[in-house]
Design a protein around this ligand. Structure first.
Ligand code: TYM
Length: 339
C-alpha cells in the first residue's frame, strides 16, 4: 500500500506554548513542505492531544491549549486549504491502530526510549502506562497515513526509528506489504535549539524557567529582554563555526540567528566576528521580533474567533478520518479482526 506521492505527517503536543525551538526545528519546515507540495502530495499536521494525556492534565487547559496552538500553526502559515490540520482525538484510527501495534512493539524497545527515561525519571513505577506506550501511538500517527516524510526536531529521531521497526515487524509477522517506512526530515539549520539559560539543555515547554525559552506569544519587549539575559560567555564571537567549540551558549545564539536569517552560522560570524554579545544580542533581538511579531499579531486575530479555529480542525479531522480508514481496515484484516 505504498503511495507514489509524498505524504508528510507531523504533530505537536498542545501543552504549554509553542516556542522558538518548535518553530525553527519543526513548524517552519512544515510550512516549507506545504508550500513546495507537488500535485498528489499531501501534508497532514495535527495537535497531539492524546499524547498530552500521558502527563498530568487539566481538562479545560488542554482544550484551550489545543485551540490556541492550532491558531498558532495557522498564524505560522499552515493553510487548511492545502494541509490537513486536525486534533488527533477526533480521528479514532490513531488510537485503534496504536492498540493493534501494541501487539507488535516490544517492551525492550520502549524501555530504550530516551524520552521515556527522561520523563519517567527515577519514579518509573509511578509513571503512567500512557507515557511508556507513547511511542507506539506516535508510530500509529504516522503509519495510519502511510507517511513518507516526517519533519521533526532531532529529539524525535529515536521515535521515528522505533516506528520503522514496528512497521517492519508488523509487515513481516503478518506477511503483508502494508506500512510505509517513514523517513525523518530533521532541519539542518535548527535540529536542536537549546535553552537560553543552559546550553546543554534543549529549549522545552516543560522547563520550569520561562526565561529559558522564547514563546511565540511573548511580546517584543519580553523577547528582547530574554535574549539580553541569555547566558553567554565573555569572549567575542569567533570568525568561523569551529571557534564555537566548547561554547554551547554562544553556538546556540549564533544558530538561532542563522536560522532566523535563513543563512549559515559562518555567514553570521562573518558579520559579527570580533564583536561581543553586547553588539550581537540586540541584533538578534531585532531579527527575532521581526519574525515573531507578525505571527503573534495573526494569532491574536485568529483567536478572536475560536469557533472558526475549531471548525477548521473539525474539517481537517473529517479528511484525516477518510485518509486513515483504509489503512486501519487493512491492519485489522491483517491481524484477523473481522471488518
Ligand atoms: P513536541 O510537541 O515536543 O514538539 C513538536 C516539534 O518541535 C520539535 N522541537 C524542537 N526542535 C528543535 N529544537 C528544540 N528545542 C525543539 N523542541 C521541540 C520536536 O522535535 C517536534 O518535531 N512526540 C512529538 C509529537 C508527535 C509527533 C507524532 C511528531 C506525536 N505524534 C508523529 C511526529 C510524528 C512531540 O512530543 O513533539
Amino acid at each position: 500500500m505504498t503511495s507514489p506521492n509524498k505524504r508528510v505527517v507531523s504533530g505537536i503536543q498542545p501543552t504549554g506554548n509553542l516556542h522558538l525551538g518548535n518553530y525553527l526545528g519543526a513548524i517552519r519546515q512544515w510550512v516549507a513542505l506545504q508550500d513546495s507540495m507537488a500535485a498528489g502530495d499531501q501534508c497532514l499536521f495535527f495537535l497531539a492531544d492524546l499524547h498530552a494525556l500521558t502527563q498530568p492534565v487539566v481538562a479545560g487547559e488542554l482544550a484551550a491549549n489545543t485551540i490556541e496552538m492550532a491558531a498558532t500553526l495557522l498564524a505560522c502559515g499552515i493553510d487548511p486549504a492545502r494541509s490537513i490540520l486536525f486534533n488527533q482525538a477526533r480521528v479514532p484510527a490513531h488510537s485503534e491502530l496504536a492498540w493493534i501495534l501494541n501487539g507488535t512493539a516490544r517492551i525492550g524497545w520502549l524501555n530504550r526510549m530516551t524520552q521515556w527515561k527522561d520523563k519517567a525519571g527515577k519514579n518509573r513505577e509511578g509513571a503512567s502506562v500512557g507515557l511508556f506506550a507513547y511511542p507506539v501511538l506516535q508510530a500509529a500517527d504516522m503509519l495510519a497515513y502511510q507517511a513518507t516524510h516526517v519533519p521533526v526536531g532531532d529529539d524525535q529521531k529515536q521515535h521515528l526509528e522505533l516506528a520503522r521497526d514496528i512497521a517492519t515487524k508488523f509487515n513481516t509477522d503478518f506477511a503483508v506489504d502494508l506500512f510505509t517506512l517513514p523517513e525523518p526530515l530533521v532541519s539542518k539549520a535548527a535540529p536542536r535549539i537549546m535553552s537560553l539559560r543552559d546550553g546543554a539543555a534543549k529549549m522545552s515547554k516543560s522547563d520550569p524557567s520561562d526565561a529559558s525559552r522564547i514563546n511565540l506569544i511573548d511580546d517584543d519587549d519580553l523577547i528582547a529582554q530574554k535574549l539580553r539575559k541569555a547566558k553567554t560567555d565573555p569572549e567575542p564571537l569567533p570568525e568561523t563555526a569551529d571557534g564555537l567549540e566548547g561554547r554551547a551558549e554562544a553556538r546556540n545564539l549564533a544558530t538561532i540567528y542563522a536560522a532566523l536569517a535563513d543563512t549559515s552560522v559562518d555567514a553570521v560570524l562573518g558579520e559579527f566576528a570580533g564583536k561581543g554579545f553586547g553588539a550581537f544580542k540586540p541584533a538578534l533581538a531585532d531579527l527575532a521580533v521581526a519574525t515573531l511579531s507578525p505571527i503573534r499579531d495573526r494569532m491574536t486575530a485568529l483567536l478572536a474567533d475560536r469557533g472558526a479555529v475549531s471548525q477548521a480542525l473539525e474539517d481537517g479531522a473529517a479528511k484525516a478520518r477518510a485518509l486513515s480508514g483504509p489503512t486501519l481496515r487493512a491492519a485489522q484484516a491483517a491481524v484477523g479482526l473481522q471488518v
